[in-house]
Design a protein around this ligand. Structure first.
Ligand code: GLY
Ligand code: MN
Ligand code: MN
Length: 544
């Protein structure tokens, strides 16, 4: 019988763990403190206008199928403000002191109570006692959210996020997230059929000036692609078909004002308030990010040493993930992309099921999530240990483009400047190799953006305008040439991305993922080294 070698498993392999040295980030504490979250609540409160309240709900429990749910993942904004990692919770932050019998409070967290039977099945809950150690002004059991008299009508504005449709009602819990949201909707007179996009459009119209009419018309046409009934609205029809912009706008404002009249809630500004805070990382967050990034680069390094032509995409993914778990990362911050050859040209490839990867370039875009913070690191390496001349020619363009992008990632520079720097190099490189004939054709082979914030989300929120110290962003140009592209077939099925995580400072940007080799020759050198996993051979799988 054929001997099957398996070089990796997803479960713990204890003797292997002993071979890997623990990573420490200068011995610093690796959890966010209650005071971090408290301070973020304060920062949000300072942004709220007088007599307003922000209401945030925890993330939903998502059902996988039948009686199995996905592992719970807290909504990142909720986590950022609370550190609370359990479902079915509500946070209220008030701009002004709310009076009660104990004095006054600015914030109130509703949480689920402890429940020994449920905890026997699903694990410990913190309950009111646990929450009371976390520094909130008021902690209340979630059932009370349904009976408390909130009187949201007294606030000038209730800031909140738009409701998404992924909340399931539980048969067993009468104050689950579904009920909490239903109750809140009633309390703020949320219209039954609320069309958030149309509402945003009417809001925009109310604030618009004449010079913005063209843009608004464009927005209407865009929205009409998914909302065909929009064009049946006589107000919109008149607006689109008439060319007297000034009188039109005034007319539209009058006729659409009533659509906004009764609401004192706002579904947009909270997003901006959170983005302003979250785009600048505190020292505590930077420690967690550094750790997530270093764990991820260890994964890349180990794979560079361990990869062999008889491995599969899945095994390669498994090596990264084994390393993550060894270093204490609970999971990945996003689905791992491990694609060889043609699969490297599929931007969001997550199937990772190709079994023959020999002699191909393999693109590995993975990020460890450590205490909620995720890295986002990509390396592209030749499975054989040596780049072919075509692979290397394209690799060097991407490498130069990334260097150009990183070098402009300076305090005060724009995100656009990073894109321009990367795009220019890719454009010139592809022209030089004859892969494109006109400069603008480069977007065919680099269709994505090349920089984003990372943090609690892999695509972390931010204003995405100018860079400032303590932002952590990716710089990630790529070139992807799928089979059938209009160029010499020798370039087909090569997909390359190099992605690093960059800390913006007052001076030179710092590449936090520099440990994992990026230059083609450094990669080839490292690939010659022995891996801790080299002798890890599993017996053939016996199936009777
Ligand atoms: N891994 C997703 C991204 O690079 O943006
Ligand atoms: Mn990225
Ligand atoms: Mn990535």
């Amino acid at each position: 019988m054929l001997k099957i070698k398996m070089h990796i498993v997803f479960f713990s392999v204890y003797f292997l763990f002993l071979l890997i040295i623990p990573i420490k980030v200068n011995g610093q504490k690796s959890e966010l403190s209650s005071s971090f979250h408290k301070n973020q609540r304060l920062q949000l409160r300072k942004k709220l206008p007088n007599n307003t309240v922000a209401v945030l709900f925890s993330g939903p429990v998502r059902n996988r199928a039948n009686d199995v749910d996905y592992e719970y993942h807290q909504d990142p904004n909720f986590y950022y403000l609370t550190g609370w990692d359990e479902p079915h919770a509500v946070l209220l932050i008030y701009s002004t002191l709310q009076k009660d019998e104990k004095g006054g409070y600015y914030e109130k967290l509703y949480v689920r109570e402890k429940d020994s039977y449920n905890e026997m099945w699903n694990g410990k809950r913190l309950g009111l006692v646990g929450a009371s150690k976390m520094g909130f002004d008021r902690i209340v059991v979630k059932d009370s959210f349904l009976t408390d008299n909130h009187d949201f009508s007294g606030f000038d504005t209730v800031f909140m996020f738009d409701f998404t449709n992924d909340v399931r009602d539980s048969r067993f819990d009468t104050s689950d997230l579904f009920d909490l949201k239903q109750h809140f909707k009633k309390a703020i007179n949320f219209p039954e059929k609320f069309d958030v996009d149309r509402y945003r459009l009417y809001q925009r119209i109310q604030k618009a000036e004449t010079f913005q009419v063209t843009n608004i018309k464009r927005a209407i046409n865009y929205l009409a692609q998914t909302d065909t009934s929009l064009m049946e609205d006589p107000v919109i029809q008149d607006f689109i078909s008439n060319s007297d912009e000034k009188s039109l706008l005034n007319d539209l404002k009058k006729r659409s004002a009533f659509l906004l009249r009764d609401y004192n809630f706002d579904v947009d500004q909270l997003k901006t308030f959170m983005a302003i805070s979250r785009e600048i990382k505190t020292p505590e967050e930077i420690i967690l990010l550094k750790k997530a990034i270093r764990i991820s680069t260890q994964g890349q390094i180990e794979v560079m040493k361990a990869i062999r032509p008889d491995m599969t995409e899945r095994e390669v993914q498994g090596i990264h993930q084994l390393v993550y778990k060894k270093y204490g990362a609970a999971h990945e911050g996003y689905p791992s992309i491990v694609g060889a050859g043609d699969n490297a040209c599929v931007l969001h490839y997550i199937t990772n099921d190709k079994t023959d990867i020999e002699n191909q370039l393999i693109l590995m875009d993975l990020g460890a999530e450590y205490n909620g913070y995720t890295a986002d690191v990509t390396r592209t390496i030749p499975v054989s240990g040596k780049f072919t001349s075509e692979q290397r020619a394209l690799y060097e363009i991407v490498f130069d483009a990334q260097n150009a992008g990183i070098s402009v990632a300076q305090n005060g520079a724009s995100f656009e400047a990073i894109s321009k720097a990367c795009f220019k190099v890719v454009q010139e490189g592809l022209l030089e190799l004859g892969i494109i004939n006109k400069p603008e054709e480069f977007r065919r082979y680099l269709p994505h953006g090349v920089a984003h914030h990372i943090g609690l989300d892999v695509h972390d929120p931010g204003l995405y305008i100018n860079l400032a110290p303590n932002m952590v962003i990716t710089v990630e140009p790529g070139i992807y040439i799928p089979e059938g592209s209009p160029c010499d077939p020798k370039w087909w099925n090569i997909g390359i991305r190099i992605e690093d995580d960059i800390l913006i400072t007052d001076n030179t940007p710092i590449n936090l993922s520099i440990d994992a080799p990026r230059a083609w020759n450094e990669i080839e050198e490292l690939m010659k080294e022995k891996s801790a996993l080299e002798d890890f051979v599993l017996p053939p799988l016996k199936i009777d």
